[in-house]
Design a binder for this molecule. Structure first.
Ligand code: MF3
Ligand code: CO
Length: 248
């Protein structure tokens, strides 16, 4: 079910988005070679809680941490671990859901650590651009196919591939609401977005092929070819004449 948010709900999600923004600024400041993903996760959890907010990922379908931290060939849903040490040259995708006053926002960033390869640099840049291409002409009445087309055409024009096994989604009252937001599709087709809908648009872009595998922990998603992957996500609200990006 899609849920149209009221002005009051949007106001709370805007506040939640500000907490998200601060959390990513904090994440950037503590992301250094030598820190483990478990240490990073704990710091982010405490930071979010310092605002009177929550990390609804904890316990979600049994998920054991506050955030998802995915390095290099891990696409999404990397489980923070005291055995995963961040090193110079890594790219680190951090995916966070903030719960605040009964509503949620969802966002992800991919950060470089130290000196990274040219391929990784381009991958991060193109993945971010995919998001902005997707929201460029988005507004009340836009079909979902426009998002998918914008993301996949930009990724593929740059020699990268789009992960198809996972999608963006409505978000707000629940972590995952309708509609599912594919990162591929045909312009002018599909479900039409309406004013007041809030969706997470989240391109997951691979340097190699789009094929992924899920590890035996049931969560960690990696590229099959071992090449790197990047993730960039914001929660946006659809308005009459555009979108409001709530988590930026
Ligand atoms: N932000 C993720 C998403 O969009 C949530 C990861 S699953 C969880 O689906 F278990 F960590 F919550
Ligand atoms: Co999401």
């Amino acid at each position: 079910m899609t849920i149209i948010k009221t002005e009051e709900q949007l106001a709370v999600m805007r506040e939640s988005g500000k907490i998200m923004k601060a959390t990513f600024e904090y994440a950037k400041s503590v992301l250094k070679p030598g820190i483990t993903t478990a240490e990073l996760d704990k710091l982010l959890e405490k930071f979010i809680e310092s605002y009177g907010a929550t990390a609804p990922c904890i316990g979600y379908e049994g998920y054991p941490a506050a955030t998802c931290i995915s390095l290099n060939d891990t696409v999404i849903h990397g489980i923070p671990s005291d055995r995963i040490v961040i090193e110079n040259g890594d790219i680190v995708s951090i995916d966070i859901v903030v719960g605040y006053k009964g509503l949620m926002t969802d966002a992800a960033r991919t950060f470089p650590v130290g000196t990274i390869s040219e391929e990784k640099k381009k991958l991060i840049k193109v993945t971010e651009e995919c998001f902005f291409k997707a929201v460029e002409r988005l507004r009340d009445g836009s079909p979902l196919g426009d998002i998918g087309y914008a993301v996949s055409s930009h990724a593929e024009a740059n020699g990268f591939s789009v992960v198809r096994a996972f999608t963006g989604h409505g978000v707000g009252v629940y972590m995952h609401e309708d509609p599912a937001v594919n990162n591929y599709g045909k312009k002018g087709t599909g479900f039409r977005l309406r004013k007041g809908m809030t969706i997470a648009i989240e391109p997951m872009i691979n340097a190699g092929t789009r094929d992924i595998k899920i590890l035996s922990d049931g969560w960690t998603v990696k590229t099959v070819d071992g090449k790197p992957s990047a993730h960039y996500e914001n929660t946006v609200a659809i308005t009459d004449d555009g979108v409001e990006i709530l988590t930026l």
